[in-house]
Ligand binder design. Structure first.
Ligand code: FES
Length: 363
């Protein structure tokens, strides 16, 4: 699915919270009122929004996947309560119905084209908060493709830490016969020995063999930490699934505490290593890259409206196309191989390899 991101990653809109539910499964479930904004907050299943709040003058941003079915149109997110996490602690303590939060429009490419006329088989794997986009995808597919079948393995430490577990049960009951769910736990006995204990490669191979994670599906979607989605993908490929049919989104737990979200200060001893031009929201700006800068850092000095959220190569909010010159990325958990082949980079992870670079955030 092609999704335009022009402007949607840089514009924060104040939205009113309509409900804020402290879910007993370690998360806060928030719903926003988008009724005054037309189609601006319409989303595709699997997409996310960025939230922003200022803590003691520091602008802190977080990406959250939308965890409602796209046909419902309700903008709902679930915030995992991270011990010591500045954003999740603030959200849990402060957000109530009527609170106002700054939110970007939905964006992201962890989605796909729906076709009500086809009968497809889908395999889903979610670990921890990876259930949030997966829930949106499954709810949307089941509502939109009446002949499609879905298998989900949802892995957590225990049932008590399983976000949205009640929603998944409800979905299962609503689509009996079309949605098969296996709850797997690392620190709790489950209904089957196969679904309890250490999630290593042997266990994933067994889950594939037993049909909990069918490798003969048309498409597979995986979401969770990189190590687990790596193992799940490898097990599916070893069982014969085409890598191109396996899609994944990496969730990281790095977004903890207040992190420095501004470029380093430029001093008399700072050394310029490259120069560049950024196209953003239809306007071009020149920038200088100092030693130690990422491309995003450098662009931000000239354009404070440059889009970002995680700054760790996961959310893709900072993505841009390199129009001129070359950069190298330290890590890339957010872009697909196809996007990289088309010239997209994560600017928060990019450093220039050439004296000049031109990056286009509007692409
Ligand atoms: S800001 Fe999240 S990938 Fe760059």
């Amino acid at each position: 699915m092609t999704t335009s991101t022009k402007g949607t990653r840089t514009t924060f809109t104040p939205l009113t919270v309509t409900s804020a539910i402290n879910d007993p499964h370690d998360c806060l479930i928030i719903t926003f009122d988008t009724s005054e904004h037309g189609d601006r907050f319409r989303f595709a299943h699997g997409q996310h929004v960025n939230l922003r709040h200022e803590f003691d003058g520091v602008d802190v941003r977080r990406s959250y996947s939308i965890c409602s079915g796209a046909p419902d149109g309700e903008l709902r997110i679930a915030i995992r309560q991270v011990p010591g996490g500045v954003f999740s602690t603030w959200a849990t303590d402060e957000l109530r119905p009527g609170s106002v939060v700054e939110v970007t429009e939905p964006t992201g490419h962890f989605t796909h084209d729906l076709d009500p006329a086809v009968a497809r088989r889908y395999t889903f794997f979610a670990a921890g908060s990876g259930i949030t986009p997966i829930y949106s995808m499954i709810a949307t597919i089941l509502a939109t493709e009446p002949e499609s079948q879905v298998a989900l393995v949802y892995l957590n430490r225990t049932s008590l830490t399983s976000m949205l577990i009640d929603d998944v049960h409800d979905l299962h009951d609503r689509y009996l016969g079309r949605l098969r769910v296996a709850f797997a736990f690392t620190r709790e006995a489950s209904g089957s020995e196969l679904l309890s204990g250490r999630p290593d490669r042997a266990r994933f191979d067994a889950l594939v063999d037993a049909g909990f994670l069918p490798a003969d599906a048309d498409e597979a979607f995986l979401c969770g930490p990189i190590e687990l989605t790596d193992i799940a993908r490898d097990a599916l490929v070893a069982a014969g699934m085409e890598p191109a049919s396996i899609h994944r989104e990496i969730f990281t737990t790095k977004q903890q505490g207040t992190v420095t979200l501004a470029p380093q200060d430029v001093t008399e001893t700072s050394v310029v290593v490259a120069t560049g031009t950024a196209t953003l929201n239809g306007r071009q700006s020149d920038f200088e890259v100092y030693e130690g800068d990422s491309v995003l850092d450098a662009v931000q000095r000239a354009r404070p409206d440059a889009p970002y959220s995680c700054r760790s190569g996961v959310c893709s909010t900072c993505q841009a196309v390199v129009r001129d010159g070359q950069v190298e990325m330290a890590v890339n958990y957010g872009l697909t191989d196809d996007e990289v082949a088309r010239g997209y980079v994560l600017t928060c992870q990019s450093t220039p390899l050439t004296d000049t670079v031109a990056v286009d955030f509007d692409a």
